[in-house]
Structure formats: structure tokens, C-alpha cells
Design a protein around this ligand. Structure first.
Ligand code: FAD
Length: 536
């Protein structure tokens, strides 16, 4: 692209957020351009093609609700959809709403600079392209900046390396190979059972054990689909009343784990374990608030691990000692069972970390491991990583990296002081990764679109969060987190997986209350934001 394109809005990212943002922007008559680093739509589901990748929110919920026709016509096949099926869905949406003609793929945004005279953003891309827009919407994703720890010797390894978040499109055949998987988070837990079934030998390097609950995945029955589709809107409305916008069919119970009789508690955990998936954490109201309650759930899962894994020492190593749920709960299919295989070894690197990657594998203390392939299941620089990779300069040349040096500061997770006309979708300070993200994405996109429409209709050129509103919001987000057990372990919610990243709990718990607040702010003429221009 050589000439400078002028549009009303530039959207960075063509995942579910960027796609819907484009659709809504067009709907109110804005000219828009989406810039996407990938070769197609789908975001997370474009990049994460590792074996076993699938959603852990049920398919009937993990989809858009903005179009009744779309949700009626699309047929999910399994309770938890696979990555290929979700990517197919994303492509279907792009075709159905003719999104591609305003999308530019294989292009990465490098910088964005705000000009106060014109109230416009200049966006520069890696191909030397330049765009000018009144509004800039960052749909860059919370889990899109793949992270490989800085292991010494990484460049020396002569075999193949993969990151789960940047998986080759043609797939990988591990048959006959000696494979090392580094990490035991969500992506590892999904991929390890499949890699183990292919590889000659699999060695898993675990720093922190993860809690995982079986998915109990399977086909969705026609009856179940029809029951939901008969009144999809009511189903969505019920889900939106849940703190995580998920799972109204098995909501959070209102009893306390600490007051119920032990046998009854065990029965309830057993029932939720059988049901499978994330609702396990909703077995009791106090699980994420009271350490004693939490310990009962943690102990239940540890006992399950010991029941599944035959070697008691391996079972013990796989049993997390931390608070359950303060790291994202994993959902698996045969994860713990995998450690009963003869070709699988678990190596604990919590005390003795990986020293270096060698030409033929890696070294931990005095043990050398040889591999044909190493898989980094080492996660993401979550929530802020993709945003801060871009050199974003707001008013007076203020850089977002400096503004967020002590952790992200936003108002509602939607805007930040010093950065007028810049919106973040599912940004830090909003429920985001603690929810069904498509629900949160739609809520943000709708709010942003309504806001831009309001500015336009009322003759405002610029909107920016006020310092008072932002400070109060940051304090609120922290206070909510401190009321829970979330800050109690080293999770990516806190940035703890990235050395040097400020330790701040980034998402906000409580979807319905958050939505009420956003609606109230809008109803009061965008209270907490400064609006400037020539109002009609
Ligand atoms: C393996 C995995 C499983 C998940 N499962 C679930 C689940 O079950 N339920 C759930 O709610 N959420 C899940 N998530 C979270 C998931 O990220 C969201 O549900 C959702 O897909 C996010 O959509 P998005 O459009 O906001 O971001 P993304 O899908 O991450 O898309 C962002 C896009 O922005 C592009 N981009 C970033 N920076 C730039 C740049 N500088 N220039 C150009 N393009 C850029 C990226 O290439 C990417 O395509 C999962 C995430 C992962 C990684």
C-alpha cells in the first residue's frame, strides 16, 4: 500500500472483535479498514492450530448473538467446538457479512500517532503503509502475543520448535519423534494427550501443576440444539446474568462449601465433575472468596488426580498446591490419564529450572534430554502484550508503554487518559478473559459503536477518559480483585508469567455489574469521559 488511506475508523485485528467491529461500524455508515497480521480472519482460531485446540466454553454459547439468522443457521457439532470448526465459523461470518473487502491481511500495525490539530490518528504498518482515521479501535486480542521464555541457547537447537499459539498450518506429524513439551497450562493440557499418542517419547516439563476438570465432550444432540434455538435470545439473556456470562444451565450454587455437610459437598463436587468443564468452580458460592472453601474443591481435584494417575509420585507432582481457580481452570480430555502411558515422562522444573536449550535438546541441572521437536506451550503476554508491541503515541507524544509502565490504567477497559478516540476491545479493566469472550466482545463493540454515533450526532470530535474517572476505576478493579482469591497465585491474569511485567490483576470480575456501569455511563452522556468539539 503506498498512498495514505483516509477512513473514519481503523480497526486492528480480525478476530471475533475486529470482525464484529467492522460490521457495526459499517452499520452506522462509517468507512472502516481492518488491519490484520494474519493471513485470514479468526484471530485466536487462526493462530492456535495445535492438536486438541478447542474452546472450553460450550459451543452453543461461544458464538455471536448479534444476528438471529446466523445463530439459527449455524450448526455446532460438539459440546466444545474444535479449532477447525471455530475457524470455519469465523470464515462463514466473514463471507456472510461480506467483511473481507475492508480487511487487509498479512499486515502488522507498527505505530499509531495522534494528532491534536486534526483529531486524527496516523497508523503505520510494516509494509510501509499509512492510514489516517478519526477513531482507532484496538481489537488486538488478549491472548495473541505468543511468548517464548528467554532460554539460553534457544537458537542452537537443531531440531524443530513450535509454539502452540503459532502452529504450522499444515499440522505436525510427531510419529516416531522424541518430543519435549514445555509448559502445562491450558494449551499444553489440550495438546499433550494427542502428542503423546503420536510421539515415540514425550517429556513434559512442568513448572506449576494445573488444575483441570474433564470436558466430557461429545456430540450435541439435536434435541439440545433445538431447545436452545427455539428461544436463543432468552438463553443468551440468562447467560448474561451470570458473573462470567457463561453457563446459566448450571449456574453458581448459592450454598457455601464451608457450611454444607462433608458428604453432601463431596456429592456436589462429584456431580459437577461428571458434568465437566468450567461450571465445576460454581459448585459453591464461596469457592473464589474463602480460602477454606477453596481448599475443599482443590482437595477434591487432587484426590481425583491420585485416582487417575497410577504412579503416586507422578500423581503428587501433578497435584497443584495453589488456590484452585486463581489461574484459569483447565478443561481436558484424558490429560491426567496420559501420564499412565509408558512413553510419557513428567519432569518437575519448579525447583531446578531448565538451564539451557542445547543442540540436541535441553538441560535441567545435570540431566540432558534429547529431542527431535520441542513444543513451547508457554502461553502469552496476556491482555497488554499485543497493544504494547505497537508504538502508540497519544496527546503530547505520550507513549502507551510509558503511560502503562506501572500496569494498565483504563476507564472501563475501553479508554485511557492521554489517548483520545482510541478504544480497546476487552481491554484490561473489563471482564474480558473472565467471561465468555464473545459476549464481552459484542458488549464492547456495541458500546463503542453507540459512543461514536453519539459523538457524531452531537457534533463532538474527540472523547477521552478523565483522570478522575480512570483513577477511580483502577481503584475499583483492584478492590474487586482483592475481595477474591484471584491475586493469590502467579497467573497470567496478573502478568506473573512475564518477567518484569508489573503485577496488576488486569481483568474485572462480574459481568452484569460491569454492563450496568457501561450503560449508565452512556446514558449520562458518557460520564467520566471528556467530550470536545462543536456540539450542535
Ligand atoms: C487456545 C485458546 C483457547 C481459547 N478458548 C476460549 C474459550 O473457550 N472461551 C473464551 O471465551 N475465550 C477463549 N479464548 C480467548 C480468545 O482469545 C477469545 O475468545 C477471542 O477469540 C478473542 O477474540 P479477539 O478478536 O478479541 O482477539 P484475537 O482472536 O486474539 O484476535 C486478535 C487479532 O489481532 C491481530 N493483531 C494483533 N496485533 C496486531 C498488529 N499490531 N497488527 C495487526 N494485527 C494484529 C492478531 O493477529 C489477531 O489475529 C481462547 C484463547 C486461546 C488462545
Amino acid at each position: 500500500m503506498s498512498e495514505r488511506a483516509e477512513v473514519d475508523v481503523v480497526i486492528v485485528g480480525a478476530g471475533f472483535a475486529g470482525m464484529f467491529m467492522l460490521h457495526r461500524a459499517r452499520g452506522i455508515g462509517l468507512s472502516a479498514r481492518v488491519i490484520e497480521a494474519a493471513g485470514g480472519v479468526g484471530g485466536t482460531w487462526y493462530w492456535n492450530r495445535y492438536p486438541g485446540a478447542r474452546c472450553d466454553v460450550e459451543s452453543m454459547e461461544y458464538s455471536y448473538q448479534f444476528s438471529e439468522e446466523l445463530q439459527q443457521e449455524w450448526e455446532w457439532t460438539e459440546r466444545y467446538a474444535t479449532q477447525p470448526e471455530i475457524l470455519e465459523y469465523a470464515n462463514h461470518v466473514a463471507d456472510r457479512f461480506d467483511l473481507r473487502r475492508d480487511m487487509q491481511f498479512d499486515t502488522r500495525v507498527r505505530s499509531a500517532t495522534y494528532d491534536e490539530q486534526s483529531d486524527r490518528w496516523t497508523i503505520r504498518t510494516d509494509g510501509g503503509g499509512e492510514l489516517s482515521a478519526q477513531f482507532l479501535v484496538m481489537a488486538t486480542g488478549c491472548l495473541s502475543s505468543a511468548r517464548v521464555p528467554d532460554f539460553p541457547g534457544l537458537e542452537r537447537f537443531e531440531g524443530e520448535t513450535y509454539h502452540t499459539g503459532k502452529w504450522p498450518h499444515d499440522g505436525v506429524d510427531f510419529a516416531g519423534r522424541r518430543v519435549g513439551v514445555i509448559g502445562t497450562g491450558s494449551s499444553a493440557i489440550q495438546s499433550i494427550p494427542i502428542i503423546a499418542s503420536q510421539a515415540r517419547e514425550l517429556t513434559v516439563f512442568q513448572r506449576t501443576a494445573s488444575y483441570s476438570v474433564p470436558a466430557n465432550n461429545g456430540p450435541i444432540s439435536e434435541d439440545e440444539k433445538q431447545a436452545i434455538k427455539r428461544d436463543y435470545a432468552a438463553f443468551r439473556a440468562q447467560n448474561s446474568l451470570m458473573p462470567t456470562a457463561i453457563g446459566s444451565r448450571l449456574p453458581i450454587a448459592d450454598s457455601l462449601a464451608t457450611t454444607v455437610a462433608p458428604e453432601e459437598r463431596e456429592r456436589i463436587y462429584e456431580e459437577r465433575w461428571e458434568h465437566g468443564g468450567l461450571p465445576f468452580l460454581g459448585a459453591f458460592l464461596d469457592l473464589l472468596f474463602d480460602p477454606n472453601a477453596n481448599e475443599t474443591a482443590a482437595e477434591f481435584v487432587r484426590a481425583k488426580i491420585h485416582g487417575i494417575v497410577k504412579d503416586p509420585e507422578v500423581a503428587e507432582r501433578l497435584s497443584p498446591k495453589t488456590v484452585i481457580g486463581c489461574k484459569r481452570l483447565c478443561v481436558d480430555t484424558g490429560y491426567f490419564e496420559t501420564y499412565n502411558r509408558d512413553n510419557v515422562e513428567l519432569v518437575d522444573v519448579s525447583e531446578t529450572p531448565i538451564d539451557e536449550i542445547t543442540r540436541h535438546g535441553l538441560r535441567v541441572g545435570d540431566r540432558e534430554f534429547e529431542f527431535d521437536s520441542i513444543v513451547f506451550a508457554t502461553g502469552f503476554d496476556a491482555m497488554t502484550g499485543a497493544l504494547l508491541k505497537i508504538d502508540i503515541r497519544g496527546r503530547d507524544g505520550l507513549s502507551l508503554r510509558d503511560a502503562w509502565a506501572a500496569g494498565p490504567h483504563t476507564y472501563l477497559g475501553l479508554g485511557s487518559v492521554g489517548f483520545p478516540n482510541l478504544f480497546t476491545i476487552s481491554g484490561p479493566g473489563s471482564p474480558s478473559v473472565l467471561t465468555n469472550m464473545i459476549v464481552s466482545i459484542e458488549q464492547h463493540v456495541n458500546w463503542i459503536t453507540d459512543c461514536i454515533e453519539y459523538l457524531r450526532d452531537n457534533g463532538y470530535r474527540r472523547i477521552e477518559a478523565t483522570p478522575e474517572a480512570q483513577d477511580a476505576w483502577v481503584a475499583h478493579v483492584n478492590a474487586v480483585a482483592d475481595f477474591t482469591l484471584f491475586p493469590k497465585c502467579n497467573s497470567w491474569y496478573l502478568g506473573a508469567n512475564v518477567p518484569g511485567k508489573p503485577r496488576v490483576f488486569m481483568p474485572l470480575l462480574g459481568y452484569p455489574m460491569y454492563v450496568d456501569k457501561c450503560n449508565e455511563v452512556a446514558a449520562k452522556g458518557y460520564e467520566g469521559f471528556a467530550l470536545t468539539g462543536n456540539p450542535a
